[in-house]
Design a protein. Structure first.
Length: 213
């Protein structure tokens, strides 16, 4: 029993590190998390990040259980996924540029995308990024963690570790953005809003223009 526990602990720690490492690079999802924290408060930012953590765990599940049919299908759909994700980012950038930051967090959270919509948006965006599944496939293969014959319990613990590791990063990022938010005035929030809008639209344009290149 102790050996079994050791294996599970090892799998959990491996998943924790992988989830944190995959989530940490700041890209369009990170910009969204920061922006929503600054505009809507830390809960909105954290829940947006949890959408990415959910997508990371989903792809970690595919890699951990060696579901090659699913991963192959996702990679075959890479062009359409990139096109859809890039277009969505451009739309979010335009929406962000036109929006006005609110000083009232509670009222702002009830408007616009809302908490659930923010969570769903980042989930879809992360799932629409083929590089995410490629990252998990490469990491799991490199560490010898991907196998169609892997014990179900061991693989499940690994995926749970990935989810919690990713969630810890988003909690950390939302906390930092929340601390920074307290130091910003109305004018500072306006410029941050515009800058994040440009970044989101820019990320989207790069993705769309890179399709088929």
């Amino acid at each position: 029993m102790w050996v079994l526990n050791e294996v599970w602990i090892s799998s959990f720690v491996e998943g924790l590190i992988i989830g944190f490492a995959v989530a940490a690079p700041v890209g369009p999802i990170g910009i969204l998390c920061i922006r929503r924290t600054l505009n809507h408060g830390p809960l909105a930012g954290f829940l947006s990040g949890m959408g990415a953590a959910t997508a990371d765990a989903s792809y970690g599940f595919v890699a951990a259980f060696g579901l090659t049919a699913i991963s192959g299908f996702l990679l075959d759909m890479e062009t359409w996924l990139r096109l859809g994700g890039g277009t969505f980012l451009i739309w979010l950038g335009i929406r962000a540029w036109r929006s006005k930051p609110s000083e009232d967090q509670a009222a702002n959270t009830r408007r616009g995308l809302g908490l659930l919509s923010g969570y769903l948006a980042t989930t879809v965006l992360t799932l629409a990024n083929p590089s995410t599944i490629l990252s998990f496939l490469a990491i799991f293969a490199g560490l010898g963690l991907a196998s169609e014959t892997r014990a179900y319990g061991d693989a499940a613990i690994l995926v749970i570790g990935v989810f919690i590791g990713s969630a810890l990063w988003w909690l950390f990022l939302a906390f930092l953005a929340s601390v920074f938010r307290q130091k910003l005035g109305g004018e500072g929030m306006k410029w941050i809003n515009r800058f994040s809008a440009l970044l989101l639209a820019g990320f989207g344009a790069v993705i769309v223009l890179g399709v088929g290149a």
